[in-house]
Write a protein that binds this ligand. Structure first.
Ligand SMILES: *Cc1c(COP(=O)(O)O)cnc(C)c1O
Ligand SMILES: [Zn+2]
Length: 553
């Protein structure tokens, strides 16, 4: 079947047909063009059409800028899971956080959408050679699809790209050209090279297939949320927020276009707000957004370790993103520090089981900032794009002391299992600090247990009410008690009183973790009797750990 879509020039309004071989507007030469589909014709059919198809990017073929889907180059792109982030949600006090796990694409980043659709368009146009500039992931993804489609690929990489990613590009047979300089400089060299040789090149937001591929994230999310949070408003469902770490800003432009198309077809009842998050040391869009300007001043020398996000000059992509945000539900553009992103990598891995690359962690650090600043409200549904996997484990992320070494005596070398076990048990003979977790809510106990487990060196006791807590305090002599206040039978206030009466337990430090806003009178009751007061839904794993470590001395 052939698709009916038309390409409209954003500068002169000219409407024409599309081939990736002729990227410029035939009337004015502009490269800023957008695909338009017959949304009216599709609106009553789309829901039933896609139902019968596999859950991957080709499911939405009527809304892709191709004359036909091309499964022959497919590596299983799209169709990534949307995962409820329950632990992160508990820590932040926001129960409706969902992670769109783009790490599960074939080359472990959301660039697989861009590369698969663009390579399919190159095949349709009979093009066998292509040029890209990249901060790493674009090159890896295009390399895989170019290999499958027998396209020669030239990749211009900034020298900031970690060596592990460079190797990944090279193994696919791509011609790697390393540019000692910034990403913006690498882009310039690549585009000069393409022009001189008359080759096609990926120009990010100006390459129409890129935006069109990114919008499939919106379609998938809308379908997945409808399953996870069924509602009566429209067959599919949009979140209140879509959060993504941005470099050039192409992802959110595409995602916004996708949600808008669904909205125009009546499949969702709103277009989400966008939160685009940049690294503080390279945040031209944040500066412009906060000053209400529609053009961004380029950052000449990005100061961030996160090479993936080092676009210093977003150019017109920023203006387009801002315009689309303002035309729809708005949102915000915010920045976080590298340190905040590295910290987010740790709690995501330890608390949700997601090992992500620093660039993806920027989105999560941004989420924390926006929730804490009250920009994102506790009841809102938030989808966070988990854009890429941890490929290179950089030294500055893991730090020292992440493993325990067991040195075996030489006699055990030939697989003496008993000896090995004995050596391993030696690791735990040191007396670990003992901590009692007291809470009637099993989810809270599980969360706190998990936070303490990530340190690996506490002996934990759990109590579900005040009486059990007192028994544990007497019999087990914990070094610390983490106590809930509101519990049936005997509440936290009474537990504290009883502990103080007994000289054997009166010296045990207490951290109160409460769901309740305390009245001044209640705060007075606690003052001098506990060491720390923390609010449920308002602390991250490492913040609790800092308190615990400080009290255990
Ligand atoms: C490309 C990339 C980004 C930034 O994407 P844009 O939408 O183009 O700004 C973020 N995270 C990862 C992992 C990426 O590969
Ligand atoms: Zn034009």
């Amino acid at each position: 079947m052939s698709n009916s879509f038309i390409v409209e020039c954003l500068d002169c309004g000219n409407r024409s047909s599309f081939s990736i071989a002729q990227p410029a507007c035939p009337a004015c030469g502009s490269l800023w063009r957008e695909a338009r589909y017959d949304l009216n014709g599709l609106k009553n059919r789309l829901y039933d059409l896609v139902k019968q198809r596999p859950f991957d990017i080709w499911r939405y073929q009527e809304l892709l800028p191709l004359s036909a889907p091309n499964r022959s180059i497919s590596l299983g792109e799209g169709g990534t899971p949307l995962i409820h982030a329950t632990n992160l949600g508990m820590m932040l006090g926001n129960p409706n956080l969902f992670i769109k796990d783009e790490r599960q694409g074939p080359t472990a980043s959301f660039k697989d959408r861009q590369a698969s659709i663009t390579v399919a368009a190159l095949k349709e146009a009979n093009i066998h050679e292509f040029v890209i500039a990249s901060t790493g992931n674009v090159a890896i993804s295009y390399s895989a699809y170019a290999a499958r489609a027998s396209i020669k690929l030239w990749a211009f990489l900034t020298s900031l790209v970690p060596a592990a990613k460079m190797r990944e590009v090279a193994i696919y047979g791509t011609q790697v050209i390393k540019i000692t300089g910034s990403y913006d400089q690498a882009k310039q060299v690549a585009s000069d090279f393409a022009r001189q040789r008359g080759l096609s090149i990926d120009l990010g937001a100006r390459t129409l297939t890129c935006i069109e591929s990114m919008k499939t994230i919106a379609y998938e999310v809308a379908e997945q949320l409808a399953h996870l949070q069924p509602s009566s408003s429209g067959p599919w469902r949009a979140p209140d927020w879509y959060i993504q770490a941005v470099s050039g800003g192409m992802g959110p432009i595409g995602v916004l276009k996708g949600f808008r198309e669904l909205y125009d077809m009546g499949l969702i009842d709103k277009v989400p707000k966008i939160a685009a998050i940049q690294a503080e040391g390279c945040a031209p869009m944040v500066h412009a957004w906060k000053q209400n300007k529609d053009t961004a001043t380029p950052v000449q020398h990005p100061q961030t370790l996160i090479a993936t996000l080092a676009t210093g000059n977003p150019g017109r992509t920023y203006s387009l993103l801002r315009q689309k945000m303002l035309e729809n539900s708005g949102g915000t553009i915010e920045s976080v520090s590298d340190a905040e992103a590295f910290r987010a990598m740790h709690y995501l891995a330890k608390m949700e089981g997601f090992s992500v690359e620093p660039a993806a962690a920027v989105a999560f650090a941004g989420l924390v900032k926006l929730v804490r600043n009250g920009v994102i409200a506790p009841h809102e549904t938030v989808v966070i794009n988990c854009t890429g996997h941890t490929m290179p484990i950089e030294r500055n992320i893991l730090g020292e002391g992440w493993s325990r070494e067991v040195t075996l005596p030489s006699s055990m070398e030939e697989g003496n299992e008993e000896g090995l076990l004995a050596a391993l048990t030696k690791v735990s003979v040191d007396r670990f600090p003992r901590i009692a977790i007291v809470d009637d809510n099993p989810d809270v106990r599980r969360l706190i247990r998990r936070i303490l487990q990530t340190q690996g060196n506490y002996t934990l006791f759990e109590a579900t009410n005040g009486r059990e807590a007192l028994t544990i305090a007497k019999n087990e002599r914990p070094n610390l008690i983490i106590l809930d206040l509101m519990m049936p039978e005997m509440d936290g206030f009474s537990v504290i009183q009883e502990l103080e009466k007994d000289p054997e337990t009166s010296q045990i430090p207490v951290i109160v973790v409460t769901a309740k806003e305390l009245t001044p009178a209640e705060k007075d009751r606690l003052r001098g009797h506990i060491q720390t007061l923390m609010q449920k839904g308002d602390f991250l794993s490492d913040e609790l750990l800092d308190e615990v470590r400080a009290l255990l001395g």
